[in-house]
Write a protein that binds this ligand. Structure first.
Ligand code: ADP
Length: 582
């Protein structure tokens, strides 16, 4: 029941609804006591032959009024308690989403997407159930159960009540044992569900790769196994779950048996009337629901507790990259300086960057090149503060990047990552994502600069064309150029193209870069590319290898050095010549 304490903050926040809902529940529990009593009176008056038509009509009127009142009250408390409970999942969902948006890439590297989705769906639903049905079953089973037992003991026979209650302690022991079992099994079932979620997400996203390699059969099989696992885990929950009802029925059955055996003896000995015995057994019948509800309560609360623990653990995870309390509220501009002695990714031993000392003057175009895995992207991500924990510092406009508010820092930088992402929205909306208030002219201007305007205009719906999930209906090159347009719309101080033109042909790449050069006069541009021709006009070219700078200078200087750059440049020129049949 600890979860109710954990949720105290919410119950206090919604105290009006919960308090009124609970009072109404108590009232209904009390009203339920009336009908069995009336039935008892009527039976006794029939037996004594004293029942008049007027009496009978009166009793029936009272029964109808009670039933209608309970109907109305039940409707109102449901709205109050269940309605409030939906607010809880809304609050937690918003909190989770807010938390997700604050977390750094290191967090997403650790967590599986399917897992995070399971938290935001299944877990929140289980918590909502605790605050709704959980509270209902707790209050209702205690109040109905309590009132009925009191009515049996004080208005009929305390002796028969004690006899009828003999089997009850067994029920308490058994249900609490089942509850513990359920907690463990439910935890496993939720984990299996998370894994299945992850698998589904991955299969759907990777469907193209899957088909290309003809791996459908294997994938279907591995999906089947995972899905079977979820079924098995849920079956093991269901097996414990289904023990509750029969156990309760047997125990209540024993109670009935004892009541009838001893009750009829009391009637014969004159201690009780036959009407009272009927009222008593009807009350006993009323006890079945609270007992069942108590069983469910364990189930619901156990699920809620497991889910709340998982969600809280997630929410309590510290945001590792955040603003300093006195961070500068201004977008940086100026020179960029790297002084990094070393950097390794969290949990990795190998150094991704080593001895990087590099100054990029404001307005320069810098090309960063090197083999795959040389550290190019890492260098860019440190400027963006996606990862921290390096030895050294990165300065922007004379201040270390940590001095600026994250929002301001990122406002200054237009980053086009390698793994570009388009949302399921129109092309126009995708471009305007960086600045939703942009005018149509601004959006088109950015698209023209990224050399994608003509492609978009050829679509029947133009900028209104809806991009399928992850941009399925667009070519790789079109997606890349739309992502570039998105960054350009920001008119950033620093534009970063991280291998963002890999799917575009060499000629288009050159046109894009030369129009960028004209348009971004005085602003800094950082480009990583495998095609050296793309960066040959850069003011500064940096060659990385195993996280170190091995060469730097402009094209002419590097060509004189006879190093990696020259060798690679000549080889690529030759390849191009061969490609064009030279
Ligand atoms: P490049 O952009 O030059 O291809 P990266 O900067 O992506 O190279 O990678 C540099 C090194 O850091 C590589 O050895 C790579 O395996 C490693 N690395 C990159 N990203 C991560 C990450 N998120 N976690 C751990 N290691 C990483």
């Amino acid at each position: 029941m600890k979860v109710f304490l954990d949720l105290k903050w919410f119950f206090l926040q919604e105290k009006k609804s919960y308090l009124s809902g609970t009072i109404l529940l108590l009232l209904v529990a009390f009203l339920q006591l009336i009908p069995p009593k009336i039935v008892g009176f009527v039976v006794d008056s029939i037996k004594e032959r004293s029942l008049t038509t007027d009496d009978l009509v009166n009793w029936i009127l009272i029964l109808i009024t009670t039933a209608l009142t309970m109907y109305g009250l039940r409707f109102v408390w449901r709205i109050m308690i269940f309605g409030s409970a939906t607010k809880l999942s809304r609050i937690l969902r918003n909190e989770l989403y807010h938390h997700f948006t604050k977390m750094s890439p290191a967090f997403y590297q650790k967590r599986r997407v399917g897992d995070l989705m399971a938290h935001a769906t299944n877990d929140l639903q289980a918590i909502q159930q605790t605050a709704g049905v959980g509270v209902l079953t707790l209050v209702d089973s205690l109040s109905t159960g309590g009132f009925v037992v009191l009515a049996m003991a004080f208005t009929i026979s305390w002796k028969l009540t004690l006899i009828a209650l003999i089997p009850m302690p067994f029920m308490a022991v058994l249900t609490s044992y089942y509850g513990t079992l359920l907690h463990k099994r439910f935890h496993h079932a939720q984990e299996a569900f998370s894994a299945l979620n992850d698998k589904t997400q991955e299969s759907v996203t990777g469907i193209k790769v899957l088909k290309t390699f003809g791996q459908e059969k294997e994938e279907i099989e591995s999906f089947r196994v995972q899905s079977e696992e979820v079924v098995q885990k849920n079956m093991s929950v269901a097996r414990v779950d289904s023990l509750f009802d029969p156990t309760i029925s047997i125990i209540v059955g024993i109670s009935f048996f004892l009541s009838i055996v001893f009750g009829s003896r009391f009637v014969i000995s004159g201690e009780m009337t036959i009407g009272e015995l009927i009222s008593f057994t009807t009350y006993l019948g009323l006890l079945i629901w609270p007992m069942l509800a108590f069983g469910w309560l364990f189930n619901i609360v156990e699920r809620g507790r497991a889910s709340y623990e998982r969600v809280s653990a997630l929410l309590n995870e510290q945001v590792d990259i955040h603003d300093d309390p006195d961070a500068l509220d201004q977008a940086p501009s100026g020179d960029i300086e790297y002084h990094i002695d070393s950097y390794s990714y969290p949990g990795e031993e190998v150094q991704a960057l080593l001895d990087i000392h590099l100054t990029i003057k404001e307005g320069q175009t810098v090309g960063i090149v090197g083999k795959t895995g040389a550290g190019k992207t890492t260098l860019l991500r440190l400027l963006l503060r996606e990862f921290e924990g390096y030895k050294g510092e990165v300065r922007f406009g004379g201040e270390i990047v940590q001095r600026y508010k994250l929002r301001c820092l990122r406002e200054s930088i237009g980053y086009v990552p390698q793994d570009h992402f388009l949302f399921s929205a129109t092309i126009g909306e995708n471009i305007a994502f960086s600045n939703p208030l942009s005018s149509t002219e601004e959006i088109e201007m950015a698209a023209k600069l990224a050399h994608v305007h003509d492609d978009i205009s050829r679509f029947p719906k133009g900028y209104e064309t809806v991009v399928g999930e992850r941009g399925v209906s667009l070519s790789g090159g079109q997606k890349q150029r739309i992502s570039i347009a998105r960054a350009l719309l920001l008119k950033p101080e620093v534009l970063i193209l991280d291998d963002s033109l890999s799917a575009v042909d060499a000629k288009t790449e050159e046109s894009i870069l030369s129009s960028l050069k004209q348009n971004r006069e005085g602003k800094t541009t950082m480009i990583t590319s495998h095609r050296l021709s793309a960066i040959q006009h850069a003011d500064l070219i940096v060659v990385l290898e195993d996280g170190r700078i091995i060469e730097s200078g402009n094209h002419l200087q590097l060509m004189k050095k006879k190093g990696w750059y020259k060798e690679m440049y000549l080889r690529q020129q030759l390849e191009e010549l061969v490609e064009h049949g030279g």
